[in-house]
Design a protein around this ligand. Structure first.
Ligand code: FES
Ligand SMILES: [Fe+2]
Length: 442
């Protein structure tokens, strides 16, 4: 459904030119040579441009469909830095509304999630219905006759679409459909989100934590980086290995594929006939032969279990433990991680519990793997803005020239150990950063 383009600013107001100056970032990333200018991780001006040219026009993950069952169910999240409310309206459609009162700008919803009949601003009491229309203004008679409530509804995100239970929204009314923008990435997502004919749901509640680190560090790692696993997660692998000695050679020397594409998405995974779920009850629950028929041999021996993925720009997931997460940008040096646990609807309770606990143990905020990753990103960020550091290019050259079309794997893939999807992510980043967005048109 194509809705109206949201208006920026207010009726009859005009902004001075130069308030939002865009930089040409062509020279800051060179995907062909595998080079990235470190200032893209720390520069405030670049960060502001990302908000305008990446987050204001990309499909951004909002929530899982199972979070909404009845009209009035709402969930508060962010699109870039903008607070939004996702809410099921009376027609049972999901609407995504800017959570900012049109009167003086207070948030009209301060609860994380819940069920409501309308959103009433606690500052002066303007009230909006589930479609964001302004329905009540205390003391309306103090305004003159020209005041028209119909013009002062909450800004609504014009495009809201879902794929396999995952709801995304886009401020660009003319954006290509979500499914087209996911493209070949759908096959990799299916290996995670389409194992169960009954679909998926998320465990209630979102785990949230703040990290010192630019959002791209996390998005990029989940798109492209299996390389860090044996080094960064050595102690975690040791704890989890049956002998207690790991990580074994088979882990370090695994082969696999890494998907990269022009939309900036990425996914990497070992390929092995014995790939399995790590939590034993989950492993025993799945019928891998059934899954091969439902999906494909390549999905089951690849992205079904182990691996990592990012949907550009800031939605990532891990199939083995059912973790889905958003890296909310909070300034160039900070991100807020929001993580959910996805479960198959057909899973018996004990299996679901095992998967939920496994996810918390490994990739919850104090999870044995998550802590390693967060520590790395904060370490990379720690001095990113220092003069000499910021002027020293970073290396993304692993697997240069090793990207090909390989039978069985949609799109272009590289080897498991490669920076291909990282280069793809920054290629897309550069393209969007250098292209005016819908809101810049006259
Ligand atoms: S700021 Fe919301 S009613 Fe005044
Ligand atoms: Fe990791």
């Amino acid at each position: 459904m194509h809705n109206e383009r949201p208006s920026l600013g207010a009726p009859s107001l005009e902004r001075p030119a130069g308030l939002d100056t865009n930089l040409d970032v062509s020279g800051m990333v060179d995907p062909d040579k595998g080079l990235v200018d470190r200032r893209i991780f720390s520069d405030e001006q670049i960060y502001r441009q990302e908000m305008r040219r990446i987050f204001a026009r990309s499909w951004l993950f909002i929530a899982h469909e199972s979070q909404f069952t009845k009209p009035g169910d709402f969930f508060q999240t962010y699109m870039g830095e903008d607070p939004v409310i996702a809410v099921m309206n009376k027609q049972k459609e999901i609407r995504v509304l800017l959570n900012s009162c049109r009167h003086r700008g207070a948030r009209v919803c301060r609860a994380d999630h819940g069920r409501t009949k309308n959103f009433t601003c606690t500052y002066h009491g303007w009230a909006y219905n589930l479609d964001g229309e302004l329905i009540s203004v205390p003391g309306e008679h103090y305004y003159n006759d020209e005041f028209d409530k119909a013009k002062w509804g909450l800004s609504a995100v014009p495009r809201v679409e879902s794929y396999k239970g995952l709801i995304f929204a886009n401020w660009d009314a003319d954006a290509e459909p979500l499914e087209d923008s996911l493209g070949d990435m759908r096959w990799y997502i299916d290996a995670f989100m389409d194992r169960d004919p009954e679909g998926t749901y998320v465990v209630e509640g979102v785990t949230k934590w703040v990290l010192d680190g630019n959002w791209k560090l996390a998005a990029e790692q989940f798109a492209t980086d299996w390389y860090h696993v044996t080094m960064s997660h050595a102690s975690a692998l040791m704890i989890l290995s049956p002998s207690g000695k790991g990580p074994k050679k088979e882990i370090a020397e695994r082969t696999g594929r890494q998907f990269t594409d022009e939309h900036g998405h990425g996914a990497g995974f070992p390929v092995h006939p014995k790939n399995r779920f790590d939590a034993q009850p989950v492993h025993e629950y799945y019928d891998y032969e059934f899954l091969k028929e439902r999906l494909s041999e390549e999905q089951v021996t690849g992205p079904l279990t182990n691996g990592h993925a990012t949907v550009f720009p800031n939605f990532s997931y891990l199939p083995v433990n059912g973790s889905i997460r958003v890296w909310h940008p909070k300034g160039p040096n900070k991100m807020e991680v929001w993580a959910w646990t996805v479960l198959d609807r057909s899973m018996p309770e004990d299996v679901a519990k095992a998967q939920r606990l496994y996810n918390l143990r490994t990739f919850g905020p104090s999870g044995v793997f998550e802590q390693d990753d967060g520590e790395n990103w904060s370490e990379c960020q720690a001095n990113a803005g220092a003069f000499m550091v910021a002027n020293t290019a970073l290396n993304y050259q692993m697997g240069l020239d090793r990207v090909e079309s390989r039978e069985g794997y949609p799109g272009m893939t590289s080897e498991l150990y490669s920076d291909a999807a990282g280069r793809g992510l920054y290629r897309r980043w550069r393209e969007l950063m250098n292209t005016p967005a819908w809101h810049e048109e006259a």
